[in-house]
Design a protein around this ligand. Structure first.
Ligand code: PLP
Ligand code: ALO
Length: 350
């Protein structure tokens, strides 16, 4: 029973098979392999964006930081939610790769920014001319760090604010597939049709071994992205192994099937927890993560029987009154089984 993160899940067998197939013979390096061309075409078709520039990188952090660096000057602000991954969990990579851009934090429940809060933050920034950090760009995480989903309409409302100030918009889509299937939207509706300029299109959390696509819907910055990727050391020489993963991901709609399974598991888990007297959700279960609280005794039983997950916040203690409510983050993935969930629920129910 591992609910620590979808980063803990195995790669899907189809992905491993694709890697084994890709391992036959020779292939031109650095992205010049035929599989990458097929991946680029698939993504352009999927997003209805025939001119989009498409690149693969190994991690979500590299996807985010390199994308942001292409759109935000060093003297400007990146407006993001205060719990955004680029703020809390990338060890300063966005600030480093942009050569110093400032992350300006915006509030909103469930790690979803509101248009009003975003507008206020942008309006306040750069008001004093040369003395202030300037207005740079906006970054949205979908699904969010608290497991919530922005619908295309919500994305459009935030992008509308950004565009009033002439700012580009990035989407951290480490869990884009989970958001997309939850919103029952098309990739184009959830991105460029809603004002997104550049997308970190995640695969690693959703069944791949380690690859993310960066999609620049206007290819104007394609060459700059290529240079930044190479200079950062994120251009794989044996690039065919990244391309093979993404090719398998996009074949037979595997990516959306895995996301649907992960989201369904989270709903099952969330509903089961709410049957426990006193249990509650900290955030709505809209994608593949559950943020919930239940009695400490249940946590002790689960962890004594091998369950892996994070208390939320992480610094809470298992020592203390057994009936006291403790919160946790539980993340489901394509590989989460009904047996895992039912076993976990039996343990925390007692
Ligand atoms: C929302 C979000 N964005 C980006 C990342 C970064 O991905 P990585 O850890 O592969 O750098 C993560 C990691 O899980 C994430 O949760
Ligand atoms: C928190 C950690 O960085 C990872 N993004 C996760 O969601 O598990």
């Amino acid at each position: 029973m591992n609910f620590a993160s979808d980063n803990a899940s195995p790669a899907h067998p189809s992905v491993i098979e694709a890697l084994a197939t890709a391992n036959e013979g020779y292939a031109m390096p650095y992205g010049a392999d035929p599989t990458m061309e097929r991946v680029r075409t698939k993504i352009r078709d999927l997003f209805e964006a025939p001119e989009a520039a498409v690149y693969l990188v190994p991690t979500g952090t590299s996807a985010n930081a390199l994308a942001l660096a292409c759109y935000c000057p060093p003297w400007a602000a990146i407006f993001c939610h205060r719990n955004a991954h680029i703020e809390e969990d990338e060890c300063g990579a966005p600030e480093f790769y942009t050569n110093g851009a400032k992350l300006t934090l915006v509030d909103g429940e469930d790690a979803r920014m509101t248009p009003e809060a975003l507008d206020a933050a942008i309006a306040f920034t750069g008001r004093g001319g040369i003395h202030n950090v300037q207005r740079g760009m906006v970054s949205i995480t979908n699904s969010t760090e608290n497991g919530a989903v922005y619908t295309p309409e919500m994305v459009g409302a935030l992008s509308g604010v950004a565009k009033e100030y002439g700012l580009p918009v990035h989407m951290d889509g480490a869990r884009f597939a989970n958001a997309l299937v939850a919103a029952e939207a098309s990739p184009a509706e959830m991105t460029w049709k809603a004002g997104i300029d550049v997308l970190s299109f995640g695969g690693t959390k959703n069944g791949l071994m380690g690859v993310e696509a960066v999609v620049l819907f206007d290819p104007e910055k394609a060459w700059e992205f290529e240079m930044r990727r190479k200079r950062a050391g994120h251009l794989f020489s044996k690039h065919r192994y990244l391309a093979a993963q993404m090719d398998a991901y996009l074949s037979d709609d595997l990516w959306r099937a895995m996301a649907r399974d992960a989201n369904a598991s989270a709903r099952r888990l969330s509903e089961g927890i709410l049957e426990i007297p006193g249990a509650s959700l900290l955030h709505p279960t809209e994608a593949n993560a559950v943020f919930a609280a239940w009695p400490r005794d249940g946590h002790r039983r689960a962890q004594e029987n091998g369950a892996h997950y994070y208390l939320w916040p992480m610094n809470q203690s298992l020592e203390g009154p057994g009936d006291e409510m403790l919160a946790a983050r539980l993340v489901c993935s394509w590989s989460t089984t009904a047996e895992d969930i039912d076993r976990f629920l039996d343990l925390i129910r007692g």
